[in-house]
Write a protein that binds this ligand. Structure first.
Ligand SMILES: [Zn+2]
Ligand SMILES: [Zn+2]
Length: 93
């Protein structure tokens, strides 16, 4: 599950660039203060449009992952109306 990726971000050691800025492991953002990076990871990074399974609320970064999740875990390609937009996007590929 997604939240298992950063179980205790506060206690995690982040990579630092040559200027000593803490680098986000998920994107190109970097912060002078570790706390800012932690906040970024918690509330900003990965909070951008995500694909969430409405059955088990598991989140996926890529729609193809969610689609596969539906098929393999829930044995269904059925999507609820609220996900119609996502479905239509998926079918465009
Ligand atoms: Zn980030
Ligand atoms: Zn699910």
């Amino acid at each position: 599950m997604l939240f298992l990726v950063f179980p205790k971000a506060e206690h995690k050691n982040f990579a630092q660039d040559k200027d000593g800025r803490f680098m986000c492991p998920q994107c190109i953002s970097s912060y002078k203060q570790k706390g800012h990076l932690v906040r970024h990871i918690k509330y900003e990074c990965g909070v951008e449009p995500q694909f969430q399974c409405h059955l088990c609320f598991r989140k996926f970064k890529h729609k193809s992952n969610l689609k596969a999740h539906y098929l393999f875990l829930h044995k269904s390609s059925f999507f609820f109306p609220c996900l119609t937009l996502q479905l239509s996007v998926m079918q465009d590929e």
